[in-house]
Write a protein that binds this ligand. Structure first.
Ligand SMILES: NC(=O)c1ccc[n+]([C@@H]2O[C@H](COP(=O)([O-])OP(=O)(O)OC[C@H]3O[C@@H](n4cnc5c(N)ncnc54)[C@H](O)[C@@H]3O)[C@@H](O)[C@H]2O)c1
Length: 317
């Protein structure tokens, strides 16, 4: 049985998913929808799929087993509603939306429908994150230090607050998600941020948050988009007798024995896609960030962004 997948949005991340989906046995990317016709055509050609100008035409034109939603943050909403109506398992790229009410509304509908979902928090599929969890099992984290110091992505929606939700919601959300995986739920905190003429669009170009976890651990998470290039992206953790530094590519471990670096073994996006497809086929149960779980991270990211926009506000969850 071939699992037929539709892809909505034909930009950068859709290309990554098409790459890993087309490498899986028994999977066909059947259709790709994007209002930018050249993009839809190019990605459909790579996938051996049909190109569509809208997700409505894709849903009308194909008999699908699952739908990937890879649109900019402000474009979430109607497409997920249509998937719920059609009972179509959904893979949604993070962030769930540029705002919180859209994500809360969709979460309620998805929950009521009992729909299978997965969200693209792909750091959860880093084998190095699993290793970090193992090391922390006997020495729970006391302090987390997350940083996403980068340049602004060159896509038209990114630097617009009303479209992307800003850098914390769009990018640093991966780190806040890792924080939840390692230290549990966030109880509250404070955040501040700012904008300067050097920053792009109308988003905060610096943001820093101090968070308290229910476990008693504390964390600070900072992001900036005025670095000249991808500069530092990762989370450091201090636990009794243990220091960890996780990036998307490796884990550095410091303990009584010294320091060692463990590179990741597998591409987490490929593992994430394989896990979702296995769940769709009823052959696996390793979706690590279903919609409801991703919503808990999105709530933290939006709360941090709102507190930072208020310039020294309380992170209210
Ligand atoms: N998991 C990750 O690490 C990761 C990495 C990159 C991007 N993303 C996320 O994926 C999303 C897309 O990012 P990107 O870098 O691919 O952006 P992009 O701008 O390269 O691509 C987005 C595409 O969506 C299309 N689009 C817009 N509205 C649409 C609609 N209503 N229907 C169909 N297509 C529509 C655009 O025309 C564009 O081609 C963002 O939310 C981003 O945060 C996640």
């Amino acid at each position: 049985m071939t699992t037929r997948i539709g892809v909505v949005g034909a930009g950068f991340i859709a290309g990554r998913h098409v790459e890993s989906l087309t490498a899986l046995d028994g999977v066909a990317v059947a259709g790709v929808a994007d209002p930018q016709a050249d993009r839809a055509r190019a990605l459909a050609k790579r996938a051996g799929a049909t190109a569509y100008g809208s997700w409505q035409d894709l849903l009308d034109g194909e008999d699908l087993d699952a739908l990937y939603v890879c649109v900019p943050p402000h474009q979430h909403g109607d497409v997920e509603e249509a998937a719920v109506d059609a009972g179509l398992p959904l893979f949604v790229e993070k962030p769930l939306a540029g705002d919180l009410p859209t994500a809360e509304r969709l979460a309620a509908r998805i929950e009521a429908a009992g729909l299978l979902t997965a969200v693209g928090y792909h750091w959860r599929y880093l084998d190095t994150l699993e290793q970090a969890r193992g090391l922390l099992a006997d020495a729970p984290p006391r302090l987390l230090l997350g940083a996403w110091l980068d340049t602004a992505p060159n896509v038209p929606w990114w630097a617009r607050q009303d479209q992307s939700g800003g850098q914390t919601v769009e990018q640093a959300t991966h780190l806040l998600d890792v924080g939840r995986v390692l230290a549990g739920e966030v109880a509250g905190g404070f955040a501040t941020g700012g904008r300067s003429p050097d920053g792009p669009g109308d988003v905060l170009d610096v943001c820093t948050a101090s968070l308290r976890y229910e476990s008693g651990a504390v964390g600070t998470f900072s992001n900036s988009c005025v670095a000249p290039r991808r500069y530092r992206i990762g989370v450091q953790v201090v636990a009794p007798g243990l220091g960890l530094e996780l990036t998307e590519h490796e884990l550095r471990i410091t303990d009584a024995a010294g320091e060692r670096t463990v590179p990741r073994q597998a591409d987490p996006i490929a593992v994430e896609d394989a896990a979702f497809v296995a769940a769709v086929r009823g052959e696996g149960d390793d979706v690590r960030a279903p919609y409801a779980e991703a919503l808990r991270t999105h709530r933290v990211a939006v709360a941090v962004a709102q507190a930072a926009a208020a310039d020294g506000g309380t992170v209210q969850l």
